[in-house]
Design a binder for this molecule. Structure first.
Ligand SMILES: [Fe+2]
Ligand SMILES: [Fe+2]
Length: 166
């Protein structure tokens, strides 16, 4: 494959995050169902809905590039989601479950923040203003979600995790 330019890198990374978002779309309801705290459940459900909008924005970016929206297996998100599933199983019914779920969800957000931060910058460098705007919209939602999760952890979840089981 020729053309190993920034355009190419941009497209490949876009496919990576597109794959990741669709994986997350399936993972968030499972995490929401598993969460004990109604507030954490609500936060995860809200972000599932936002994620649907994020997938649509990514489809718009593909359209701007004149490319078919297509994912490329992202091993990083596979691993991050698998770790979240492990927490769900291992801490089921335990006081520390929600603290583990918040941590797992934040690992997802941090991955997304990293990807969108890079993609937005590259879109700017490549002169793709509209794409940069769409990517920034996703980035801001991920940052807000990460902050909301930190607030939840501080407000109740981490304290609850200190309690003894049973
Ligand atoms: Fe996302
Ligand atoms: Fe997210």
């Amino acid at each position: 494959m020729p053309d190993k330019t920034l355009d190419r890198l941009f497209l490949e990374t876009l496919k990576d995050v597109y794959y990741a978002e669709r994986k997350i779309l399936k993972a968030l309801p499972k995490m929401a169902r598993g969460a004990e705290s109604p507030k954490l459940k609500a936060a995860l459900e809200k972000h599932r809905d936002e994620t649907e909008g994020q997938v649509k924005r990514l489809q718009e970016v593909f359209e701007l590039l004149g490319k078919r929206a297509q994912g490329k297996t992202c091993d990083a998100i596979e691993g991050i989601v698998a770790e979240g599933e492990e927490i769900l199983e291992e801490f089921k019914g335990e006081p520390a479950l929600d603290a583990g779920l918040v941590a797992a969800a934040q690992a997802v957000e941090h991955y997304e923040i990293s990807r969108y931060g890079t993609l937005k910058r590259w879109a700017e460098v490549l002169g793709m203003k509209d794409a940069a705007k769409l990517l920034d919209a996703n980035l801001q939602e991920e940052i807000k979600t990460d902050q909301d999760l930190t607030a939840l952890a501080d407000a109740s979840v981490n304290q609850r995790a200190l309690e003894k089981a049973g």
